[in-house]
Design a protein around this ligand. Structure first.
Ligand code: FAD
Length: 475
């Protein structure tokens, strides 16, 4: 059939997976087209995810830090918060990055076709062109013919069926719009996204409740790490409701009234000024006409792939949130590079041993590889090595010595298999533990590496040195 645009490589979706795949494909000599429905590249992560949340969290952390200074003899007045100014700052951060991406695409001669893509057959996709800041369709269509494709259409917020439409009920995208600071806010879902947004709103003045079906917040991280976060954050919450479900949400003039059921449910409905629904994300696999290309999509909307990121159709790859958990930007980028390299004829495959997770709360919680919980479940014997930050000169000087660093070693081989850090800047430090796991380091490799003093990062070397124990000596 006829095509308006011809290319070697068509990438569907311009998020961290999609733009990384497109850039690598172009760098490897493939003539590349990206199909993206929104005006900017960057996807969820840059536009309504990782980056705007961190722009707000940075400001929140500075406000909290300044409050802490009172204990050191330095007092400022209460912060004066201009919410329009803060929102503007966040928008500027996004604009800097999306403009940068547009330039990077141009430099590589990656063509961006702006519109909603749907596969017609294994070599053609139809794009309904969009316009304006959102995704308003223009009525015009283009057909792109491709030799190979990478599907990177990402994920979307899960909508709970019993939750009505009301401007006072938002998802993470709505919360990032930062329209106003509520007095009382409910977070439905105690995962990273909900707790990060809660941190921002609470620092700006909101009181929080959180409801979570499981028996703990921040599922996936070891409980000893989360406990420290909890101790430092209880002051933000009126209620932390675990093993509890939200069963009714009723908008009234005076607020959103929410009823709960479960172990820690309060009696009767509770009133909130803002409700944030952060109960997970769903893959977009079923919304792209994948069946027309013969690409298999699971019941839940995930696209199964092999270690080379190939779908069941050998010249069509899939990456990022829509191939499975964990739905994280750094996983999407890594998979993107594998897919593009394989498409360009290289012998690449997905071989990462571990994918780190970070909650950019205050303090931050970061973990990677095997957790103690998993080791117990699998019957793996570990040597746990811990360095409490109460012994860190730098953490004490910072006035933030509540955290700790722990490393988990295989009891037989003494090689590192996992680790976790809770404390300020934990997310910036976890990369060293990732590298150690990828390199197959044992406790001596890490412990005998000279770390700079005094840093929070030396806590990683210190915990390796006390292999199997707890270090209480000052470094
Ligand atoms: P996406 O980023 O979802 O991009 C998919 C793109 O495809 C979108 O731009 C979409 O418009 C486009 N698209 C979809 N269908 C079509 C179609 N039919 N036609 C045209 N275009 C289409 N991850 C981290 O690692 N660190 C964090 O700190 C972090 N914070 C987050 C905070 C929030 C509030 C949220 C919501 C997420 C956060 N994430 C974070 C997760 C991260 O955003 C995702 O893992 C990442 O964006 C996935 O990248 P992706 O390329 O797979 O998909």
């Amino acid at each position: 059939g006829g095509a308006d645009i011809e290319c070697d490589m068509m990438v569907l979706g311009g998020g961290p997976g999609g733009y990384s795949a497109a850039f690598r494909s172009a760098d490897l000599g493939l003539d590349t087209v990206v199909v993206e429905r929104f005006a900017t590249l960057g996807g969820v992560c840059l536009n309504v995810g990782c980056i705007p949340s961190k722009a707000l969290l940075h400001n929140a952390a500075v406000i909290d830090e300044v409050k802490h200074l009172a204990a050191n003899g330095i007092r400022f007045g209460d912060p004066e918060i201009d919410i329009d100014g803060l929102r503007g700052y966040k928008e500027n951060v996004i604009a800097k990055l999306t403009t940068g991406l547009a330039g990077m695409a141009k430099a590589r001669k990656v063509r961006v076709v702006r519109g909603i893509g749907r596969f017609i057959d294994p070599h053609h996709i139809e794009v309904e062109l969009t316009d304006g800041p959102g995704k308003a369709v223009t009525g015009e269509k283009r057909v792109v013919r491709f030799k190979q494709a990478i599907i990177a259409a990402g994920s979307r917020v899960v909508k709970l069926p019993f939750i009505p439409d009301d401007p006072r009920i938002v998802d993470s995208t709505g919360a990032l719009e930062l329209k106003a600071v509520p007095q009382k806010m409910l977070i439905i879902g105690g995962g990273i996204i909900g707790l990060e947004m809660g941190t921002v709103y609470s620092t700006l003045g909101a009181r929080l409740d959180v409801v979570e079906m499981m028996d703990g917040l921040m599922q996936g991280a070891d409980r000893d790490l989360v406990k420290v976060w909890e101790k430092m954050n209880v002051h933000r919450f009126d209620r932390i409701m675990l093993k509890t479900r939200t069963v009714g949400v009723e908008p009234r003039e005076d607020g959103i009234w929410v009823s709960f059921e479960g172990e820690q449910a309060p009696e009767g409905p509770q009133r909130y000024d803002l409700v944030l629904v952060a109960a997970g994300r769903a893959p977009n696999g079923k919304l792209i006409g994948a069946e027309n290309a013969g690409v298999t999509v699971s019941e839940r909307g995930f696209i199964p792939v092999d270690k080379q990121m190939r779908t069941n159709v050998p010249h069509i790859f899939a990456i990022g949130d829509l191939v499975g958990q964990p739905m994280l930007a750094h996983k999407a980028v890594h998979e993107a590079h594998v897919a593009a390299e394989v498409a360009a004829g290289h012998k690449a495959f997905f071989d990462a041993r571990v994918i780190p997770g970070v909650a950019y709360t205050d303090p931050e919680v970061a973990w990677v590889g095997m957790t103690e919980e998993e080791a117990r479940a699998q019957g793996v014997k570990l040597e746990k090595s811990v360095f409490p930050w109460a012994a860190s000169g730098r953490a004490i000087a910072n006035g933030r010595d509540e955290g700790f660093t722990k490393l988990l070693f295989d009891a037989q081989t003494h090689r590192i298999v996992g680790g976790g850090i809770v404390g300020t800047h934990a997310g910036d430090m976890i990369g060293e533990i990732c590298l150690a796991i990828e390199m197959g380091c044992d406790h001596e490799d890490i412990g005998k590496t000279i770390h700079p003093h005094p840093t929070l990062g030396e806590s990683i070397g210190m915990s390796a040195e006390v292999f199997g124990g707890v270090c209480t000596d000052l470094p």
